[in-house]
Design a protein around this ligand. Structure first.
Ligand code: SF4
Ligand code: F3S
Length: 112
C-alpha cells in the first residue's frame, strides 16, 4: 500500500503535507506535489493535514486511476520538498474545482 496526491492538489498546493511526512517523500512540481510510492511508508499522517483532501491511499484509487503512475513518474523528476512555504494566494478559490488535471496540470518542476 502507498499514498498518492491527486487532482485537487493542483493549484491549491497547500504544502501542509510536507511538514508531517516522517520520510520526506514529497516532490514538488510547479503547481502540485507528488509522493514517491517507493519511499512512502504508508503511515497516513499526511492525509488529514491536506485542506484539499487530495491525498488518497492506493486502495481508494480505482484500478484505472493514473494517479499512482503520475506520482511515481514525477517524483523521479521533480525536486524533493521538506518545508512548507506560502501556498498560492488564490489556493482557496481552486479548492474543489473539478477536472483540474486536464486544464491546469504542469509538468514543470517546482522551485526547491
Ligand atoms: Fe509521508 Fe506517511 Fe504521507 Fe506516506 S503516508 S507520504 S510516509 S506522511
Ligand atoms: Fe497538495 Fe494537500 Fe499537500 S493540496 S501540497 S497534497 S497539503
Amino acid at each position: 500500500m502507498t499514498y498518492a496526491v491527486t487532482d485537487n492538489c493542483i493549484k491549491c498546493k497547500y504544502m501542509d503535507c510536507v511538514e508531517v511526512c516522517p520520510v520526506d517523500c514529497f516532490y514538488e512540481g510547479e503547481n502540485m506535489l507528488v509522493i514517491h510510492p517507493d519511499e512512502c511508508i504508508d503511515c497516513g499522517v499526511c492525509v488529514p493535514e491536506c485542506p484539499a483532501e487530495a491525498i488518497l491511499s492506493d486502495t481508494d484509487l480505482s484500478s484505472s486511476s493514473t494517479w499512482l503512475a503520475l506520482n511515481r513518474q514525477h517524483a523521479e523528476a521533480w525536486p524533493n520538498i521538506t518545508r512548507k512555504r506560502m501556498p498560492p494566494t488564490d489556493a482557496d478559490q481552486w479548492n474543489g474545482v473539478p477536472g483540474k488535471f486536464d486544464g491546469y496540470f504542469s509538468s514543470k518542476p517546482g522551485e526547491d
